[in-house]
Design a binder for this molecule. Structure first.
Ligand code: NDP
Length: 306
């Protein structure tokens, strides 16, 4: 099986060893005749130079396996006719759970209220988790795990998704319940993908539905939020803390107002990364499935865009 590593060259040293170890029958290459490859392992940034990859000549490829969970930069590529699978792996899931639980705790425990300024603020006592309502937008592989982890800590968690997907210990809300999902969200976490349907979803009207002083955590995609509307909501105190990992423009421009806003925390798209140690076995499993003609794992629905 010949597989093209269609990912930025700087990832080669990190990925090639674990991928070859997980799938010894694979011949993993960085270059070669497109029609000689049985599959592609893809990550954004390939090819170098910014042009979109033309998948047309890869006429015998049976799989394009993304190393990223988010596939918005490839799913709309009109030359892509091969099956596209996104990355779902235990390391990504655990990383995202840790990121979201950590930052949710900062909001929950009102950590920012206790400045080192000599003031004894014993009137600021956080409630217990059971008294704190959390909503997770998007309860897929990552959002579902985050919702479950927060529920296990005792939080009152609701999960909102297109289908109202069930998650153990979490109140399931579906498409039309968005208003109710936001209205209860003292802590709002979004793990929605970037699609036509999610772009600009959190605008001024929707942000106004949040309880006053809500904590917003967005490690999903930056296109979800109308950034000027969020800044206005922060300035009026509607949103008390925004922890943002993803942005309309990345890297976030140095002059962007988010960098200097006292109630914004910027993290540089690091919420969860795909780690070769946990992801390589997933890639190997999907390559074998593709070669054997078996059902693929985490196949992207092109019509829905995720
Ligand atoms: P999944 O595809 O497993 O889950 C997506 C969830 O979003 C599903 O619950 C889906 O609903 C829901 N959804 C999608 N569109 C809509 C809509 N229009 N209305 C309501 N719900 C919707 O994805 P993952 O959980 O694996 O990943 C989620 C996102 O996290 C990725 O797309 C990526 O953008 C981001 N991410 C960010 C990282 C970071 O480091 N910042 C790292 C990895 C991922 P349903 O269940 O009904 O289908």
């Amino acid at each position: 099986m010949r597989v093209l590593f269609a990912a930025p060259a700087q990832g080669w040293d990190r990925w090639s060893g674990p991928l070859r170890a997980a799938c010894p029958e694979m011949e993993l290459l960085q270059d070669g005749a497109p029609d000689s490859f049985d599959a592609l392992i893809y990550a954004p940034g390939f090819p170098a130079g910014g042009a979109a990859l033309d998948f047309t000549p890869f006429n015998r490829a049976r799989l394009v396996q993304s190393l990223w969970a988010g596939v918005e930069r490839i799913v709309g590529n009109p030359t892509l006719t091969q099956p596209l699978c996104r990355m779902v792996d235990p390391g990504l899931r655990q990383g995202m759970v840790e990121y979201c639980v950590g930052w949710a705790m900062r909001g929950h425990l009102v950590m920012d209220s206790y400045a080192q300024d000599g003031v004894w603020r014993n009137d600021v006592v956080p409630p217990l988790a059971a008294e704190r309502r959390v909503t997770v937008l998007g309860t897929g592989a990552l959002g579902g795990a985050v919702a479950q982890a927060l529920a296990a800590l005792g939080f009152d968690v609701a999960g909102w998704s297109a289908s109202g997907r069930a998650v153990d210990g979490v109140t399931a809300l579906a498409g039309a319940d968005l208003g109710a999902a936001l209205a209860r969200a003292e802590i709002l976490i979004s793990l929605l993908p970037d699609t036509d349907a999610t772009r600009g979803l959190l605008d001024a009207d929707r942000l106004a539905l949040l309880p006053r002083g809500a904590t917003l955590i967005n490690p999903g995609r930056g296109t979800l939020i109308v950034e000027a509307d969020l800044l206005a909501a922060l300035d009026r105190g509607q949103v008390g803390l925004a922890v943002l990992d993803v942005f309309q423009t990345e890297p976030l421009p140095p002059a962007h107002a988010f960098w200097s806003h006292p109630r914004v925390i910027v993290t540089p798209h690091i919420a969860a990364e795909t780690r070769p140690s946990t992801a390589a076995p997933v890639v190997a499993e999907n390559l074998r499935r593709a070669m054997d003609g078996r059902a693929l794992l985490h196949l992207v629905d092109r019509a829905r865009g995720y």
